[in-house]
Design a protein around this ligand. Structure first.
Ligand code: PLP
Length: 390
């Protein structure tokens, strides 16, 4: 018996997977968002690091609207000028030998592809990830994500993935062997609380991967373009075998890419991976426009300067409730000695949006185009909210 579609009717509501912020957002411009009561918010979280160029960036908006009027979708079995432009724009930022790319629609999909390529390229099923790692929530990516809260309800996980303490090369030495196809690492952990490893950590991982014939997957889905350099891995002068990018790469449209070497790509069988919407002209047009803006070296220097200034200002407040201020470029965190939820709520009530990064960490992922006065406003509101929470 089928349903009579003329009479059936349900009131749909989302599965309650997220703690709501209690705001109905209607528009954004630059570093500001407005709610349905026309209240303005300074956005220091940019949709978990997505709107790196701020909201409604004119060049990205023009690219999206022009492309929307021409062609929104074309499967990857067809070429499109928008995809070519994106490839050219990203290629201009990538070092050799990262010459091969595949498309997905999210960060998790970029990681999923990376894990599959590592498996097929090495013939090994082992993956080493780190404690506090966050790589997404599809089954493969989830297996590399560390937090039990995301994993346990959906156990058992993909086999062969092990976690070691972050920023600990000795721990890595204990698990590496010839069953490990890849080590996956966030050059700076994001969701895990903006954890910056010691200098030499990434280089140490690279050397160990080379020694064991394992691939190095750099997940720059959060770090990409915001740490004062195009990619965070470049600081240590190392080269990943596979690079995952998403979030800010199309400044708001869903795009994830997995970039790799010819050596890896040559082992991936034709037709073995893909997705209907991936690499569509609309997201590629947004991505190309975003990357053209991000090619400006001055912006990366500015991100470094603005981030350093923010850290100095917060430290200068001398707040006794603050345990540590850390980060690089515009990937920033203030760790408190107490839970941050009331502080983030108080900031929101004062018109500033920030993010948690674990129970005691307030995370800031502002636009790379934010100005000093706006960041200062954020610091002021943070200080008030921390003092108010006592
Ligand atoms: N990897 C990192 C480092 C991330 O920060 C995230 C998202 O926060 C992901 C992967 C997953 O991306 P998505 O939420 O688009 O699936």
């Amino acid at each position: 018996m089928g349903h009579d579609l003329t009479t059936t009717h349900v009131r749909l509501s989302p599965i309650p997977l997220h703690a709501g912020r209690g705001l109905r957002l209607v528009r954004g411009e630059g570093s500001y968002l407005w709610d349905d009561r026309d209240r303005r918010y300074l956005d220091l979280m940019t949709n978990y690091g997505v709107n790196l160029l701020g909201h409604s960036h004119p060049e990205v908006t023009a690219a999206i609207t022009n492309q929307a009027a021409r062609l929104t979708n074309a499967h990857q079995s067809f070429d499109t000028p928008a995809r070519d432009e994106f490839l050219q724009a990203l290629g201009a930022l990538l070092p050799p030998p990262l010459t091969r790319i595949s498309f997905g629609n999210s960060g998790a999909e970029a990681v999923e592809a990376a894990m599959k390529y590592a498996r097929v390229a090495t013939g090994r099923t082992g993956i080493v990830a780190t404690h506090r790692a966050y790589h997404g929530r599809t089954f493969g990516a989830l297996a590399a994500t560390a937090d039990a809260k995301y994993r346990d309800p959906f156990a058992p996980m993909l086999e062969g993935v092990r976690h070691v303490p972050f920023d600990d090369l000795d721990a890595l030495d204990k698990v590496l062997d010839d069953s490990v196809g890849a080590v996956i690492i966030e050059p700076i952990q994001g969701e895990g609380g903006v954890r910056v490893p010691a200098d030499g950590y990434l280089k140490g991982i690279r050397e160990r991967c080379d020694a064991y014939g394992s691939l190095l997957i750099c997940d720059e889905i959060q770090t990409g373009f915001r740490t004062g350099a195009v990619f965070a891995f470049s600081r240590e002068d190392i080269m990943p075998d596979i690079l995952c990018l998403s979030k800010s790469i199309a400044n708001g449209l869903p795009l994830g890419v997995t970039v790799t070497t010819e050596a890896v790509s040559d082992r991936v069988p034709k037709g073995s991976h893909g997705s209907t919407f991936a690499g569509n002209p609309l997201v590629c047009a947004a991505g190309a426009a975003t990357l053209r803006v991000l090619t400006d070296e001055g912006l990366h220097r500015r991100a470094q300067h603005a981030g350093d200034r923010f850290q100095e200002r917060v430290r200068g407040l001398g707040l006794t409730q603050v345990r540590e201020v850390r980060g690089r470029g515009l990937m920033l965190a203030v760790e408190l000695k107490k839970p941050v939820t009331p502080v983030i709520k108080a900031m929101q009530e004062r018109g500033v949006l920030a993010l948690p990064g674990g129970g005691t960490v307030i995370r800031f992922l502002p636009s790379i185009l934010i100005d000093d006065a706006q960041l200062d406003e954020g610091v002021e509101v943070l200080a008030d909210a921390v003092r108010q929470a006592g």
